[in-house]
Design a protein around this ligand. Structure first.
Ligand code: CUA
Length: 269
């Protein structure tokens, strides 16, 4: 059979194109290491998000030397947490779920872009090497507030990153002859121990206590302050741990009935 030269040329050309198309699609699907978002992340009932041990208090967890898991709860119309902070040079896996309708979790300028479907946990991993601030937004139309649905991802220098949290439990008022118990709870979300100092400033007094908080746990430090040394009245206090502070006011003495005013205190001298 004789095939015309031009016919042969077009046949070969068409074959080459078909092979090239298949090669391109295969490279795009397998060669670039881009994984499709699947159901690997698991499922979660939308009304049980608050009870989940991670989604109940969404945020960042260290899981390896340079590896972090970030749990995000998407809802109409926002994300919790609305600001995510991670260190540079880290591999971050985002777990995102929705408590109402379908949203998306899109980190602008990166490959992180996934639908967030109620009942399912979207899981997506990315590497962040340089300090930078990214916007996070919703790409799926989800209602009247869709265009306002946004959050931020801050990739910060390693020296500026920690997962320390401070919460303070202190009374609002205490009797003059009593002690005020001020308890600072220091939480360390990193895997390594945290050596730090808890400082309480109240009135003219400053008390300090060194504390070591093991990785992924918390420690309480309680200061007992004699109300009599502070004297009657309002006293501002501040508890400091590294860059974190909590402050409020302690009132010494009660004036509920008016009988613990001047008279009482002078009698004691
Ligand atoms: Cu959420 Cu659009």
């Amino acid at each position: 059979m004789n095939i015309h030269t031009y016919e042969k040329f077009w046949l070969i050309g068409a074959m080459v194109l078909i092979v090239a198309f298949i090669a391109t699609v295969t490279y795009g699907a397998a060669g670039l290491g881009i994984a499709m978002v699947d159901d690997e992340g698991g499922t979660i009932a939308p009304d049980e998000i608050g009870d989940h041990d991670k989604f109940g208090d969404p945020g960042v967890h260290q899981v390896g030397e340079n590896e972090y898991d970030v749990y995000v709860h998407a809802y109409t119309f926002g994300y919790s947490p609305d600001t995510i902070e991670i260190p540079e040079n880290s591999e971050v896996t985002f777990y995102v779920t929705s408590s109402d309708v379908t949203h998306s979790f899109t980190v602008v300028g990166t490959n992180v872009n996934t639908m967030v479907i109620p009942g399912e946990i979207a899981e997506i991993t990315a590497q962040f090497d340089e300090p930078e601030e990214y916007g996070i937004l919703c790409n799926e139309y989800c209602g009247f507030g869709h265009h306002d649905m946004e959050a931020e991802l801050h990739v910060v220098p390693e020296t500026e990153f920690d997962l320390t949290e401070l919460a303070v439990d202190a009374p609002d008022e205490v009797d003059t002859d009593d002690q005020a118990q001020v308890t600072a709870s220091v939480t360390n979300g990193m895997l390594e121990d945290l050596d730090t100092t808890v400082t309480l400033e109240i009135g003219n007094e400053t008390v300090e206590e060194d504390v070591t908080v093991a990785g992924d746990s918390s420690e309480d430090v309680t200061f007992a302050v004699d109300a009599s040394t502070l004297g009657d009245g309002d006293h501002d206090w501040t508890v400091t741990v590294d860059d974190y502070t909590e402050s409020d006011q302690l009132t010494v003495g009660t004036d509920d009935d008016g009988d613990s005013d001047d008279g009482d205190t002078t009698e004691e001298e």
